[in-house]
Ligand binder design. Structure first.
Ligand code: HEC
Length: 187
């Protein structure tokens, strides 16, 4: 509990002035958490039932519709990005890349908790990112020693995959929530 309180404090000081008053920050955190939970529930069930190869297939089919549904509910574009990505649709733009690099640097320097970033732009649009850290269970599909049948399935679905070679504790990527300028439709 104490640790969580400290974590919350660290997050507060890392955010720009005024960000705490923007309800899109809270809604971004909620949407990121929902996407994370739905994806890991889908993944864990699939791995447990049919193994990692089937889980890759399911991720390939289900990851975008899950993100699309949560985006529609939130009124924002809710997804994931990474410096080294598996799905090219998740490639970061230059700004997201810069934020991912600070996340990576902070994480390597031992920053706890994992970082988050919130910015508003002059047109009223806003962007939220929060770091996704690699855990032991992710290594089956993102680690350095991938089983041959898993590697084959990844190569089949993602021929340009860059998302292996991670270790537990590394930055894997980030949730990325984009809020359109008021009055314009969500992207
Ligand atoms: C069963 C294999 C499997 C496991 C285990 C797995 N992933 Fe993935 N991961 C994938 C696949 C497949 C994709 C591409 C999904 C898509 O098409 O959008 C992916 C994509 C991602 C992305 C989006 C960025 C990118 O590279 O395209 C992140 C972030 C990510 N995974 C994090 C994790 C984390 C964190 C864990 C552990 C909690 C994890 N993954 C466990 C297969 C897996």
């Amino acid at each position: 509990m104490k640790r969580n309180a400290l974590a919350a404090l660290c997050l507060l000081v890392s955010l720009p002035a005024g960000a705490q008053d923007d309800d899109r920050l809270t809604r971004s955190r909620d949407a990121a958490m929902q996407l994370g939970q739905e994806l890991s529930a889908t993944l864990l069930t699939a791995i447990g039932t049919d193994g990692p190869v089937a889980a890759i297939q399911l991720c390939n089919v289900e990851a975008s519709p899950i993100a699309a549904r949560i985006s529609a509910q939130a009124g924002a574009s809710v997804g994931r990005t990474a410096l080294r990505f598996r799905n090219p649709d998740n490639a970061p733009d230059a700004d997201a890349r810069a934020v991912l690099m600070t996340f990576e640097r902070d994480l390597a320097a031992g920053a706890t908790p994992p970082r988050e970033h919130f910015e508003t732009r002059p047109d009223g649009s806003a962007r939220f990112m929060s770091a996704i850290v690699t855990q032991a269970l992710c290594l089956t599909c993102h680690g350095s020693e991938i089983a041959p049948e898993v590697a084959a399935s990844i190569a089949e679905h993602y021929p340009a995959d860059q998302a292996t070679g991670f270790a537990a504790g590394d930055l894997r990527g980030a949730f990325l929530i984009e809020w359109p300028a008021p009055g314009s439709p969500a992207r």
